[in-house]
Design a protein around this ligand. Sequence first.
Ligand code: ZN
Length: 302
Amino acid sequence: MITLDRPGVETTIREAALDAGSDGCLVCSSAYGPSKLPGLKCCTECGFITADMALSDDELSALYGEDYFHGNEYRNYVSEEVSLKDNFRRRLRTLHELIPDLRERRVFEIGCAYGFFLDEVKGDVAAASGIDISADATRYARDVKHVDAITGNYSDYVTPPGIGFVAMWDTIEHLPRPDLFIEKAAQDIDKGGYIAVTTGDIASLNARMRGKHWRMIHPPTHLHYFSVDTLSKLLDRHGFDVVHVSHPGNARDLRSILHFVLDLRLGWGGLYRRIAGWRIFNMSLSMNLFDIMFIVARRRDT
Ligand SMILES: [Zn+2]
């Protein structure tokens, strides 16, 4: 969730894509108007906020290369396995309470990255597989974590039948057309099946206080800024009933927080590199700014 707005691939893509967006709100199909947040648009009807950019598969692959997980968005995603899995375990506890037969369901993850969630859940459900556009990440998931991770775009993927649960962890904000992904998920999930989504909540107190400086606002990697209301509307439009909404905390290792603050925000990379090896920064810290939402929805039977 931490990014570096550096010149290079992101800037090139931003310039190419800024005026190439869709022409209607992807939540309610109404027109976009200006937003109070510079560079973003806001739906005149439902209030959905978006960068409204169109990105090709090639542009997406360029964005989510190895650099994304090692220095751009994440200091080193692989070294954060412990804290990431801690977050997944906490979400799974909530999911087991909501879905008593989760253990009997086939699980599919959209945006599975390095396979840490699949690794956490695979022994505990009927089957677990996932897809991600990052070839580097999915190779690691297969070779090192030994999970069923496919390289590709979910839009073109023929999902195996019998999926009873779909996870989209911190993924929906990255997708050029999340409405099409939710529409496809509704077709792929069995009736009575579930989808779980985490993403930033732009209507949260912290997001409203931070305004344009909210840490989640950074197109073109984050393209869309949902609220509980707009994400619930999108899910409802595609046949889902929301059954759970919460704003859980997230664990991050202290070294990553230090990297974000010193190197990326303050530009003090020299200081960061001098002290990053200190053992105290091996600790992980659980933070909750109540601006990341966790929504679970059930596919309607009809
Ligand atoms: Zn709208």
